[in-house]
Design a binder for this molecule. Structure first.
Ligand SMILES: Cc1cc2nc3c(=O)[nH]c(=O)nc-3n(C[C@H](O)[C@H](O)[C@H](O)COP(=O)(O)OP(=O)(O)OC[C@H]3O[C@@H](n4cnc5c(N)ncnc54)[C@H](O)[C@@H]3O)c2cc1C
Length: 484
């Protein structure tokens, strides 16, 4: 029988892994391989998480007398060398959708083909293949640019059935060394079993109320599957199947179904941004809206530091940024408000904010992060004519009405009555002094006036767009909209 290698990439699991199943159904032995180049571009938290997840996979395979080999160096050379050393005639993997990984994949393919070794790609880590969604598009051109029609197409497709767990069985005498640094505090358990448990917890305890609770950062109401999906410790298709199975139960209430539907819609955003990066690779680093490609924000160190450190004087923004720094996670609603504040109120460039999120988030993913940032900056995938600017006080009143989230991450505000917690500067001076606010050691005054800053941003934005549009659809000059 032919020998082959299986390349673990963003799919660090055995269950529901079509590429792995394809390899093991054809060839024996199949040698499991992971390439250290997978760590490049990841932040410190992610590196630790991935190393621990690969280590756990290694232990799982060792229990079955199989190995997981660690390849060092440039992937194309490393794969050729490993295939030859182990006598493999094929390398299997799931294909990548993001531009950086696709470039690596092409190099590996070319090198293997030159060496006479087959390179077989099966599936990808989105729920649906980009081509199967794009095929439903009425207008010509690749993939959807906006979410609503994408989502209609996404919902119209049937999820393929799950693939049973497959186990590589190759035993490599020299599998290489894998370091095992301690995980960051609070890191979710980086195993496939823990991911499956998190999904089970979500579908049994939270999915039915997701629609009602997910927007409230103080409630622990979302799935927290982000890191597991990011590195493929669980398959996105398995998540959809589990939720749909609940939805289809005869005793599931209509209200619960609507709630689960809201979750699936959220999950579809992941596919949307992954597909966008596949069809339009430039948009991972440049605005999707061609007309807005020169609309830069400022690079103000003082503003950036205040935003990054959660010291803007706007409690919901500050709670979000502190949560991000402490936990490597930020609740989505809080992230939206913090990102909008960064771009619109502080006038910082969207990439400055995006890069900070990429450095901090455990589930950071260039396609998803850029997609969300561009959308919030009004330069990405949105049909609106101008960016939605989020009022940080109003958003706090709406989504953290008891102030529980703000109190958790801004302890210096914890003693304030709820009515005052979102705009502490409005407390009359004598009480501020009594409570110890607005001293250098304590909570800062707002660094900008939201209403004034947001309207200045909107004016600059509209002016830039007007000029860009008047240049007959050609991208505007790169410096037209530079703001001070
Ligand atoms: C400015 C900004 C940047 C973001 N950057 C990232 C990122 O780099 N990586 C990342 O995984 N998510 C990102 N998100 C989306 C979202 O904040 C996280 O996916 C979510 O908070 C993870 O928590 P959860 O798993 O409990 O989410 P749930 O609400 O339970 O959602 C389930 C899954 O759906 C997907 N999802 C949900 N919302 C979105 C969304 N808006 N865009 C894309 N996918 C989504 C995620 O994979 C998520 O794990 C970003 C959001 C914002 C506003």
């Amino acid at each position: 029988m032919a020998k082959s290698l299986f390349w673990f990439r963003r799919d660090l699991r055995l269950d529901d892994n079509p590429a792995l199943a394809a390899a093991t159904s054809r060839d024996r032995p199949v040698f499991a391989v992971w390439c250290r180049s997978q760590l490049s571009g990841l932040n410190e938290r992610q590196v630790r998480f991935v190393l621990a997840a690969v280590g756990a996979l290694r232990t799982q395979l060792a229990a079955r007398n199989a190995t997981l080999s660690v390849l060092d160096g440039e992937p194309a050379t490393a794969f050729c060398a490993a295939a030859m050393r182990l006598g493999a005639s094929a390398v299997f993997c799931a294909r990548a959708l993001d531009p950086r990984e696709r470039d690596i994949e092409k190099d590996v393919e070319t090198a293997l083909q030159t060496a006479g070794i087959r390179f077989v790609r099966v599936g990808c880590d989105a729920v649906f293949e980009p081509e199967s969604i794009a095929a439903l598009k009425q207008a010509s051109g690749a993939g959807y640019r906006v979410f609503p029609p994408f989502y209609r197409a996404w919902r119209s497709l049937t999820i393929p059935p799950g693939v049973p767990p497959a186990v590589p069985d190759g035993a490599d005498d020299t599998p290489g060394v894998l370091e095992n640094p301690p995980g960051p505090p609070g890191m979710p358990e980086p195993t496939e079993a823990a991911a499956a448990r998190a999904l089970e917890r979500f579908v049994t305890a939270r999915a039915a109320d997701y629609g009602a609770n997910a927007e409230y950062p103080a409630r622990n109401a979302t799935s927290r599957l982000g890191p597991y999906l990011r590195f493929g410790l669980i398959s996105a298709r398995a998540v959809v199947r589990a939720v749909q199975e609940r939805m289809n139960r005869s005793w599931t209430l209509e209200q619960e179904r609507i709630s689960m539907d809201a979750f699936l819609r959220r999950l579809a955003w992941r596919d949307f941004y992954l597909h966008l990066a596949f069809w339009r690779p430039r948009t991972v680093d440049e605005p999707l809206q061609e007309a807005m490609r020169g609309f830069y924000g400022a690079n103000d160190e003082r503003f950036f530091a205040a935003w990054r450190d959660g010291m803007t004087g706007y409690p919901l923004v500050d709670a979000a940024m502190r949560q991000l720094h402490m936990e490597g996670y930020v609740h989505q609603r809080a992230a939206i408000v913090a990102a909008s504040f960064c771009v619109a109120d502080l006038g910082l460039d969207w990439k400055t904010g995006r890069d900070h999120f990429l450095r901090e988030m455990l589930e950071a993913d260039p396609a998803l992060c850029s997609g969300n940032w561009e959308r919030l900056a009004g330069i990405g995938s949105d049909q609106a004519a101008y960016p939605r600017i989020y009022n940080p006080i109003r958003q706090a009143m709406l989504f953290d009405p008891q102030g529980g989230y703000v109190r958790r991450y801004c302890p210096e505000l914890a003693r304030l009555p709820t009515a005052l917690i979102f705009a502490p500067w409005e407390i009359e001076h004598r009480r501020q002094t009594e409570l110890g606010f607005f001293t250098p050691q304590s909570y800062p005054r707002p660094i900008v006036d939201h209403a004034a800053a947001a309207s200045a941003f909107l004016r600059a934005y509209q002016e830039f767009r007007r000029k860009a549009m008047s240049v007959q659809g050609t991208p505007a000059r790169r410096d037209v909209g530079r703001r001070p």
